[in-house]
Design a binder for this molecule. Structure first.
Ligand code: SF4
Ligand code: FES
Length: 249
């Protein structure tokens, strides 16, 4: 397969950046999108040029690192997969592919296709945890009965891998889908109820402070989410937030 790649190159946070064109040949349909990027980088290194910086780690849809905007879509044209799970058979011989970083005020570009997603970590640090008594009398988690319905909903919310595609897909760069998945995962379980009030208030406040936009219910986040996190989580977080506003001092 012969392709034309139009890739965002930016040498550092203060560089203006631009799209650079790279022709590439001998790409197999069975290659993953990141394999294709590796082929390009090997060619650039052989030519003595700077390879394209892009994020990746697990390459199996778990870590949430591979954050590429491909032909205007987060994680590319397929649904419910990450960039590392995207295969080149989704593209046609002779096609031009635009590859850009996540674009959001809260995700500044570090280099080329790599952005700083530390804002999501700071949202998590502000409340995305439970405090457990480890004094020696710790109760086995499995000893607490949880309804199957709640357990399933919590598990579904917990599949969020923190990739940030929801933010990148949103016209407002809102992080509501991510934050609501993290709030829901804990709010649905008895272990998460103790800190529920302060958790939702702190996480929403940090989300706003980090510069993410507001949610206007366009739903692009849920369409592009590789883990199919449901918009129901945003409704649940809003209910948790209003309840916390009414009951907090
Ligand atoms: S909600 Fe989906 S798109 Fe957003 S960070 Fe989690 S997995 Fe990624
Ligand atoms: S590299 Fe880990 S999810 Fe893609």
């Amino acid at each position: 397969m012969k392709l034309t790649l139009k890739i965002w190159r930016q040498s550092g946070p203060n560089d203006k950046g631009q799209i650079v064109t790279y022709p590439i040949d001998n790409i197999e349909g069975d290659m993953s999108f990141l394999d294709m990027m590796d082929v390009l980088n090997e060619e650039l290194i052989v030519k003595g040029e700077d390879p394209v910086a892009f994020d990746h780690d697990c390459r199996e849809g778990i870590c949430g690192m591979c954050s590429l905007f491909i032909n205007g879509e987060a994680h590319g044209p397929d649904r419910a997969i990450t960039t590392c799970q995207l295969h080149m058979r989704k593209f046609s011989d002779g096609e031009t592919i635009y590859i850009e970083p996540w674009r959001a005020k809260a995700f500044p570009v570090i280099k080329d296709l790599v952005v700083d997603r530390g804002a999501l970590d700071r949202v998590m640090a502000s409340g995305g945890f439970v405090s457990v008594n480890t004094s020696g009398n710790t109760v086995d988690a499995n000893a607490i009965p949880i309804s199957k319905i709640d357990a399933d909903k919590a598990f579904e919310a917990a599949t969020c891998i923190g990739c940030g595609a929801c933010v990148a897909s949103c016209v407002n760069a809102s992080a509501m889908l991510f934050v609501s998945a993290k709030v829901s995962q804990l709010a649905l379980l008895p272990q998460g109820k103790i800190e529920a009030t302060e958790r939702v208030l702190n996480m929403v406040r940090t989300m706003d402070e980090e510069g993410f936009g507001n949610c206007t219910n366009t739903g692009a986040c849920a369409v592009e989410c590789p883990k199919e996190i449901s918009l129901d989580n945003i409704a649940r977080m809003n209910r948790e937030y209003f309840k916390a506003m009414l009951t907090s001092e």
